[in-house]
Design a protein around this ligand. Structure first.
Ligand SMILES: [Zn+2]
Length: 295
């Protein structure tokens, strides 16, 4: 029995103006990725999610790089602090600096030691201030990027996002309620974009893999959905979620772990019974979600 239908898929993309995207949380998204799309059609939303998924890999690398730079700056500050904390070491260093300077100025060393020493001391002080500024900047950047550093790539299989019976598989169907679709270059008059899992009302829906929530809201047919971008150019959609007593627990911009409860089974949108419609894209192309799930 077919439960879920997302009829809007076959229609001209209506605007989502009535239902603005969930505003991002207080934490500003790091450079590169806006927390939410500015609105638009379903296709634009999926496309945005695709771009986010692609960018996640780059962000993760950036997070690692910044953390390494910050640690390097911190190590330099520590070295300088240790140096300035030891009078003899400072004197040694200043004397070396003085000698170096006197050698380059080609003036009698006795006359240049004093100004050279001052100069060397000033140099060290400004170097330390510079390093501290650099560290503060890098630390702020590392904090902003921290969420990306913890998104593990989906090494293993994805989790089934809801406990229940598979009521409809992915792909070509004879059910006329399903819109048409093109898959693998072939046109199908009725195509199911995901899988349906029949489950009890309000039972938990979990993130199938770690990722970043891209959008939470109602599609034009009324279905409450959560859209998540994952490393590897993957995007997952969870639809027909409850929006009454158990609305989604996540917001756009949130990082989610695999198995984290994101919402509850509901009956929003066009559906004859409580179930989850679960769809997955890779690089913007629909794939069979079951190919990622552990069995
Ligand atoms: Zn479905």
């Amino acid at each position: 029995m077919i439960a879920g239908v997302l009829v809007f898929l076959g229609t001209a993309a209506p605007a989502l103006a009535d239902d603005p995207p969930t505003p991002p949380r207080a934490v500003a998204a790091p450079r590169g990725i806006p927390a939410t799309p500015s609105g638009g059609s379903y296709e634009q939303l999926i496309s945005f999610a695709k771009d986010t998924a692609r960018d996640l890999g780059a962000m993760q690398q950036q997070a690692r790089d910044v953390a390494a730079e910050r640690n390097d700056a911190f190590a330099q500050i520590s070295t300088l602090s240790a140096l300035t904390g030891k009078p003899s070491a400072v004197r040694d260093r200043l004397e070396r600096e003085a000698l170096r300077l006197s050698a380059t100025t080609k003036t009698p060393s006795a006359a240049t030691v004093s100004p050279a020493t001052r100069e060397a001391a000033d140099e060290m002080r400004s170097l330390r201030v510079e390093l501290k500024e650099q560290y503060v900047e890098l630390q702020a950047e590392a904090v902003a990027l921290a969420p990306y550093a913890v998104i593990a790539p989906p090494n293993g299989a994805w989790m089934t996002p809801a406990e229940g019976e598979l009521t409809q598989g992915f792909g070509r169907t004879t059910y006329r309620g399903e819109p048409s679709g093109v898959y693998g270059g072939v046109y199908y008059s009725h195509f199911h974009e995901g899988i349906d899992i029949g489950a009890e009302m309000y039972s938990p829906v979990v993130a199938a893999a770690p990722g970043r929530v891209v959008w939470v809201g109602h599609l034009p047919d009324g279905a409450m959905v959560v859209l998540i971008a994952h490393i590897g150019g993957l995007v997952s959609l969870y639809a027909h979620l409850d929006d009454g007593i158990a609305p989604p627990r996540v917001a756009a911009g949130d990082e989610v772990q695999q198995g984290q409860i994101i919402a509850a089974i509901g009956m929003t949108g066009m559906t004859t019974g409580p179930h989850l419609h679960f769809a997955v894209w890779r690089d913007g192309e629909l794939i069979d979600p079951e190919s990622l799930l552990a069995h």
